[in-house]
Design a protein around this ligand. Structure first.
Ligand code: PAF
Length: 283
């Protein structure tokens, strides 16, 4: 398996592959890979001959220095796991901060039609400028035909689609279903940092989302929101940061239910000092 740290070598290889009519899928990651990432890569092989996986803990999207420091970095283990999917058709790009940013480790500023101000944008200042900066750079380096993003970060997915539209980037962005553990917890690289009692408690997030979905069939968004907040208030390990029912397109909190719109419920909660997010479509 080829593992590149230097973008110029990667650019040369991808250029050669494309000249030979290969199609390039791309799965951007921050490493600490799990089955959720592998499912995106497998999805990538449905439409592409090769899949580039970037492994890069992007400093500009963290608003919390401690979170950035503690983010798991497990390149060797990641490469071993990737080999279980394909030994020769996966190309790994694991750059240094310098290869991406040079000596200016800073974000560009983006407008994503207001999507950036909701939820994660409100609670993690500068987060989507950091995500926009790294994803745009990776698209410029890799020039993939298709790029795969998980719906766990649904707001990120919508923002990346907007980025591609705004900058006319020739890539098709594919959103992929949330991959869950057997107990319902959405797969995340952060899960491995959960202490056992918090790991045991964490499926409460998805359980509550599913119950909220059922309640939303007959109750108003305000009532459902109050119910979720009360449930979390009674929980002695998980701390709710937000629960929001929002329009899937604008991500603005729902005002009044409309039959013509699609809604989604979003949660961010702390399990000890680990921040977990999840969401569910409310059809
Ligand atoms: O979802 C992630 O892991 C990151 O936000 C991404 C897309 C790899 C950008 O750093």
């Amino acid at each position: 398996m080829k593992v590149f740290q230097d973008k110029n070598e990667l650019i040369r290889l991808v250029g050669r592959l494309k000249e030979n009519n290969n199609s390039i899928g791309f799965v951007p990651t921050m490493g600490a890979l799990h089955d959720g990432h592998l499912s995106l890569i497998k999805e990538g092989f449905h439409k592409n001959t090769h899949v580039v996986v970037s492994i890069f803990v992007n400093p500009t999207q963290f608003d919390n220095a401690e979170d950035l420091k503690k983010y798991p970095r497990t390149l060797e283990r990641d490469v071993t796991l990737l080999k279980t999917v394909s030994k020769d058709k996966i190309i790994v790009y694991a750059p240094t901060v310098d290869d991406i940013y040079g000596d200016d480790v800073a974000s560009e500023h983006f407008k994503f039609s207001g999507l950036e101000h909701e939820m994660e944008g409100r609670f993690r200042k500068g987060h989507f400028d950091g995500v926009g900066t790294i994803v745009k750079r990776l698209f410029e380096i890799i020039k993939p035909d298709f790029a795969y993003f998980g719906e766990k970060d649904f707001q990120q997915l919508q923002i990346v689609k907007k980025l591609v539209e705004n900058y006319d980037i020739p890539v098709k962005v594919i959103g992929c279903k949330i991959h869950r553990e057997n107990d319902g917890l959405a797969m995340s690289s952060r899960n491995e940092r959960l202490k056992p009692e918090y790991r045991k408690a964490a499926p409460f997030i998805y359980k509550t989302l599913k119950a909220a979905k059922t309640k939303f069939g007959s109750k108003s968004a305000t009532k459902v929101t109050k119910w979720v907040e009360d449930e979390f208030a009674k929980h002695n390990l998980l701390e709710l940061e937000y629960f929001i029912i929002a329009d899937e397109k604008t991500l603005k909190p729902i005002k009044r239910k409309s039959k013509t719109k699609s809604y989604r419920a979003f949660i961010a909660a702390y399990a000890d000092d680990i921040r977990l997010i999840d969401n569910i479509a409310l059809k």
